[in-house]
Write a protein that binds this ligand. Structure first.
Ligand code: ZN
Ligand code: ZN
Length: 347
């Protein structure tokens, strides 16, 4: 089969490799679409090294068809269309037992410890099959819609941590695909106004298409002044950082109203630090939260929102890539040329 093999930073080779053999309890998936995650970009550029093997096949936002099942697989059948929930939770660590399976201390993931979806076929390990890590895609949902289920699930987790309430004002930093998912989810959750800060022109346009009420270009106008102007001096209830820039954390804390919530949603590069004025948090009684990954329930909710046409997936994605053009797909995400790059791997 054809696969894009990650050999090290900025070194990816698309070539023929052995198609995985499946054994007892395992499933073979024929991959139709895989999307490029910000994490894949950080792996590609060498900024994320934790749990990454070389050589290996990465990619964890993947949908496809079950083409083979091992013995003793229950609940799944050949021919079913499914999406992968990449994180395999241990179910017995303190985090898992406290309902935080997304933050499992022993988590493993497809696309990291196990080969992932940048290949024509992917093997789903037994423990993932047993834990229900394949989500069945309803017939009327296309693969290219379903491929954003996992990142959308992570944003649903983020929305919960941000505690967006009816009529809240939400500021999203960054209008990449993740930022636009936060825009759409905030609206679904009942936010009164959603503002987006983004330096790339075409992405500000996309933010408006995705439902943002106002957009800000922080290279030309002051984020603080604009948020004050939009909120009659009060500030935002919630600020979601959908870009991992440590230098922006203090500014983001500064645009919140009393008791507001700052969500450090995006991952930051290893070794990156932030300088924060602690009195901003102290006197304003701010909540600072982080978000990592998603639970299986978040993934089910994400797919259900897509199936119910609550989320515009078109505005979030850029298609037309293949395994042969995967490096272009990655660099386009890196430079913000398109939105979320989606590879078509089988048709
Ligand atoms: Zn992802
Ligand atoms: Zn665990």
């Amino acid at each position: 089969m054809k696969a894009a093999v990650f050999k090290g930073p900025e070194n990816m080779e698309t070539k023929e490799v052995e198609r995985p053999e499946i054994g007892e309890g395992e499933i073979l998936l024929k991959v139709f679409n895989s999307a490029i995650c910000g994490t894949d970009v950080r792996i590609y550029t060498g900024k994320k090294t934790k749990d990454v093997r070389t050589p290996s096949i990465i990619g964890h936002e993947t949908v496809g068809e079950i083409v083979d099942i091992g013995t003793n697989v229950v609940n799944y059948k050949v021919g079913e269309r499914v999406g992968i929930i990449p994180i395999i939770y241990c179910q017995h660590c303190d985090a898992c037992l406290n309902g935080l399976e997304n933050a499992c201390e022993n988590r493993q993931a497809i696309g990291y410890e196990f080969d992932g979806g940048f290949a024509e076929y992917v093997k789903i390990p037994k423990k993932a099959v047993e834990k229900g890590n394949l989500l069945k895609i309803p017939d009327h949902v296309t693969y290219s819609q379903a491929v954003i289920t996992e990142p959308l699930a992570c944003c649903i987790n983020g929305l919960r941590k941000s505690n967006v309430q009816l009529n809240d004002t939400v500021l999203v930093i960054g209008a990449g695909p993740i930022g636009l998912m936060h825009v759409q989810l905030s609206k679904i959750a009942g936010a009164g106004k959603v503002y987006v800060s983004e330096i790339v022109d075409h992405r500000r346009e996309k933010a408006l298409q995705a439902g943002a009420d106002e957009v800000i270009n922080p290279e030309q106008e002051s984020l603080q002044d604009k948020v004050k102007e939009f909120t009659e001096g009060k500030g935002a209830d919630v600020c979601v950082m959908a870009i991992g820039v440590g230098a922006l954390v203090n500014e983001c804390a500064g645009v919140l109203k009393k008791c507001g919530t700052l969500n450090l949603f995006a991952g930051f590069s290893k070794g990156e630090w932030s300088q924060v004025d602690p009195n901003l948090i102290h006197y304003n009684e701010l909540h600072v939260v982080g978000t990592t990954a998603s639970t299986r329930a978040d993934n089910r909710n994400a797919l259900s929102l897509i199936a119910n046409n609550k989320v515009d997936t078109e505005v979030l994605t850029t298609s037309g890539y293949s395994l042969n053009t995967i490096e272009e797909a990655i660099t386009d995400v890196m430079y913000g040329t398109g939105m979320k790059s989606v590879l078509t791997i089988n048709e």
